[in-house]
Design a protein around this ligand. Structure first.
Ligand code: PLP
Length: 387
């Protein structure tokens, strides 16, 4: 047996384990310290009651012979796929067929697995900084990556790839920078992909956080996108499903990849848990929608608090309006880890070093609105006292 040599290409300093390691080390040396964790990308509010009720009911059904369910379709129950089309796409004028919607156990799995659809020699383009899974999945598959640097100079919107890119990962609202694309900006990417026969893998995990009117919620709002894009969505950050696990991926037939993805899923994926699919369905009922939106609104308020608070303290901040993340320039050109250590040591505030999302993230840190509200208020006071 020879192991996959491409794993050697992966950076072994996995961002969040290093962050946890440093926090743990500090806590060990200062057991009395109350560390405020403002970096975590996981949700913190409990699941809304209508979703819990739906899960209880689904569990109950599995316990009775009349309502028991076994394996379901690999691509998900038709009632959930229909609810997705009716709620997330039709109201925006997007027509999809049921067999273009694939229910998943979350965006993370599909973002990695989609890579199997493409020839190994395809060239990949990934904005830098970015959510680490795109880079890692591409490296594991042995592909060459072109990084598209994002900085304050281009408002964290990458330029089109300088040379042919076959697979392009885009994530908007963006993790980690919190930025969004306008319709015109997204149209340029779709046009590029169509002209170059590329495919865009569009990660819409934070779609629920969009609040400004002219920002597209789905890439399929853009002319020609059905030929050129796969869209990946998740209930993790819209309804608190990080432990429940459910999301979906749209593979339009015009991409020429729908039948391949179905085949791949039928071979390697035996479907999303019934209880999780019923929970996802419950996010579309009037009560479910209202309750999930209340949680998203809470996080959005926290994002505003952090953004405005940091700005008032003189920090240069981005994001935090259509996204739960605030991307913050470090003071005095400190590098990301130095500023991370500085905040941890001086005021026991933990953030996420921007360089962990790619070299262009150097000199930035990410604050997360999923943090406890009181911790955010307290952190802003502590950071203020540092000055
Ligand atoms: N995409 C982005 C940009 C994310 O930030 C995350 C999780 O933090 C994911 C995908 C994974 O989401 P899921 O929980 O659906 O796997």
């Amino acid at each position: 047996m020879r192991s996959n040599p491409h794993f050697q290409q992966l950076r072994n300093d996995y961002l969040f384990s290093e962050v946890n390691h440093r926090i743990k080390a500090y806590q060990g040396a200062h057991p009395e310290a109350h560390i405020l964790r403002l970096g975590v990308g996981d949700v913190t509010l409990p699941l809304p009651a209508p979703i819990i009720d739906a899960m209880h009911q689904a569990v109950e059904e599995l316990g009775h012979i009349e309502t028991f369910r076994g394996y379901c379709l690999e691509e998900g129950y038709p009632w959930l796929r229909k609810a997705i089309i009716d709620n997330d796409y039709a109201p925006r004028g997007i027509q999809l067929d049921l067999d273009e919607v694939f229910v998943s156990d979350g965006a993370g799995s599909d973002l990695g697995n989609l890579s199997e659809l493409f020839d190994q020699h395809n060239r990949v383009a990934i904005p830098d900084p970015s959510y680490p899974a795109y880079v890692d999945a591409s490296l594991m598959a042995g592909r060459t990556i072109t990084f598209l640097p994002c900085s304050a100079d281009n408002a964290f919107v990458p330029d089109l790839p300088p040379k042919q890119a076959d697979i392009i990962y885009l994530c908007y609202p963006n993790n980690p920078t919190g930025t969004v694309l306008t319709r015109e900006q997204l149209q340029r990417w779709v046009d590029y992909a169509r002209q170059n026969h590329s495919i865009i893998i569009y990660d819409g995990a934070y779609e629920a956080y969009i609040e400004e009117d002219d920002i597209p919620h789905s890439i399929y709002e853009i002319d020609g996108a059905k030929e050129a894009a796969i869209e990946v969505r998740s209930y993790s950050k819209s309804a608190g499903f990080t432990s429940v696990r459910c999301g979906y991926t749209i593979v339009p037939k015009q991409t020429g990849l729908q039948a391949m993805w179905l085949r791949r899923q039928c071979t390697k994926y035996n479907g999303t848990a019934y209880v999780s699919q019923r929970a996802a369905e419950a996010t579309y009922t009037p009560q479910g929608k209202k309750a999930a939106q209340a949680n998203v609104n809470y996080y959005k308020q926290t994002a505003r608090l952090l953004r405005d608070g940091l700005q008032a303290l003189g920090y240069q901040v981005y994001g935090g309006i259509n996204a739960p993340y605030i991307w913050c320039k470090t003071p005095q050109n400190m590098d990301s880890w130095t500023f991370f250590d500085y905040l941890l040591n001086q005021c026991q505030v933990a953030c996420t070093p921007g360089v962990g999302f790619g070299p262009a993230g150097e000199g930035y840190v990410r604050f997360s609105a999923f943090s406890d509200r009181k911790d955010c208020e307290e952190a802003l006071k502590r950071i203020k006292n540092l000055a």
